[in-house]
Design a protein around this ligand. Sequence first.
Ligand code: KDG
Ligand code: MG
Length: 403
Amino acid sequence: MSTIERAEVLVTSPGRNYVTLRITTSDGVTGLGDATLNGRELAVASYLQDHLVPLLVGRDPARIEDTWQYLYRGAYWRRGPVTMTAIAAVDTALWDIKGKVAGLPVYQLLGGRSREGVLVYGHASGADVPALLDDVARLRDEGYHAIRAQTAVPGVAGTYGVYSGSGVYEPAKGSLPDEQPWSTEKYLDFAPTYLAAVREKFGFDLHLLHDVHHRLTPIEAARLGKELEPLRLFWMEDPTPAEDQEAFRLIRQHTTTPIAVGENLTSIWDVQHLITERLVDYVRTTVVHAGGITHLRRIFDLAALYQVRSGSHGAGDLSPVSMAAAVHVDLAIPNFGIQEHMGHAGQTYDVFRSEVTFSDGMLHPSDAPGLGVEYDDEVAARFPYDPKYLPVARRLDGSVHDW
Ligand code: KDG
Ligand code: MG
């Protein structure tokens, strides 16, 4: 019987920090799993190195479900981003290995294609409305059929989602958290005007998305959703902090604007009521933060019963290993909705050589066995870990707000 011979925790920073688990079997087959938790990278690296790697060596790599149960139930301490990201890395690496052993891409192990490609949305942003409109045009010309729009709110420096300069958007910076001002009043007055400007210029033949990024109370979110109804958004994302499942009922009672939530939720229990009480339309949990392919599939299967669709998070802090795994899952599940696709810095792809391709607004996995991503140790060694924090938001009176 093949056994797990080695599990290595790899930390590198090609453009930003990534933590990766590489499992090697006694037959010499390797599998990769993303273990990146933005701003808390080393906590997951330690959880893996100090607590999970000793449990993996000698196990049968084919027993993915049993290993998942062993690491989740067997730990007594359950859920939470650090635990679930560490378990996800093990799970993803084992699916990669299973695909390589079978000689099949992972989506074939999940039941095969349910669609021709994975519809993705790109990120458009700008310091002001004209810059945003230019950015939407750029993405449309690149072939995107779905675009998320974010613009700086005048008088609110450092608004979430706005690129400063060129390259890939990266909110994590600085050896201490950047503190950014926030005004709900200014945001609520301004956001509907720029989303309307996008519709006015580009019409309705484009899926338009917007991320509120947890900033509103339920009644404020209800007001925004209602006001945005004529713009027919694909979704309004994270309108209120996601851990309060009950809060979504109030939003729901007031608006038909579709709601997406879940990028920072990590288990089926965190989305249970959102799904079973039909409080949201899209669940944004990911392979990397919600326990790997095994657990994400379980969440999406629950969602399918309630006509809730997937819309997984795909910001740059999810490594190309996560993105490849996401595309395999997205291709296979019946209730796929959309996949976020922010892209990565050029150096990132030098470390993670991914065979995922983009064409006509969709991502496609390769047919290589496993996930189709290789890790280059030599290039990775050129990019040492670089500590960074996500920002903290403060209201104009100085009190801490949700970032
Ligand atoms: O690490 C946090 C980011 O991934 C998050 O802020 C990005 O909200 C986000 C999104 O929708 O991509
Ligand atoms: Mg988001």
